[in-house]
Design a protein around this ligand. Sequence first.
Ligand SMILES: Cc1cn([C@H]2C[C@H](O)[C@@H](COP(=O)(O)OP(=O)(O)O[C@H]3O[C@H](C)C(=O)[C@H](O)[C@H]3O)O2)c(=O)[nH]c1=O
Length: 185
Amino acid sequence: MNLKIEQTGIDGAVVVSSTRRGDERGSFARWFCEDELAAVLGGSRIVQANNSVTPEPGTLRGMHFQHAPHAEKKLIRCIAGRVFDVVLDLRAGSPTFLQWRAVELAAGDDRAILIPEGCAHGFQVLEAGASLLYLHTAAYAPHAEGGVRYDDPRAAIAWPLPPRNLSARDLQHPLLGADFNGITP
Ligand SMILES: Cc1cn([C@H]2C[C@H](O)[C@@H](COP(=O)(O)OP(=O)(O)O[C@H]3O[C@H](C)C(=O)[C@H](O)[C@H]3O)O2)c(=O)[nH]c1=O
């Protein structure tokens, strides 16, 4: 196996670590394998790949998700810089509903986080010049996009740096009402 899967404590959210093999020319690592990840992909297939570049430390993107029937898994990897990457469980009835987990992803660490459907994703830049590679199992559907505000008290995400440079859209996500009991992906 080239890919190792570690649980995060949120069902379906896992860290995928690659084995990097070196030789006199340099090194090689596998970053994705449909067969090796079949247990966590559950038949979902990658249909889009995206990249975001975020130069300044403290900058925060998120928390984003897509509503059904456009719910998606995302496999996210940091290919430059270092980020604090967060998965937030929004699934109705989930034992970890409204819980979040964070992993640090950095260029060269050969790790990625898999965000399952029904969970929101966001990150904060820890080192200048962050670049992320996203593999998506559903096409971009702007009309189906949902968001949770980075400072929503019901999520209470502990961002390591003072958040800055948020997009107008990310600043305007509605707070989760007391009656919010989750989404069905
Ligand atoms: C996702 C997407 C976006 N766009 C356009 C829409 C905006 O004009 C611009 C940036 O989009 P947005 O502000 O939604 O992107 P981010 O806030 O960086 O969101 C990204 O980072 C957060 C943390 C995520 O989890 C999202 O999946 C990921 O897309 O690209 C497209 O044209 N195609 C696309 O597939």
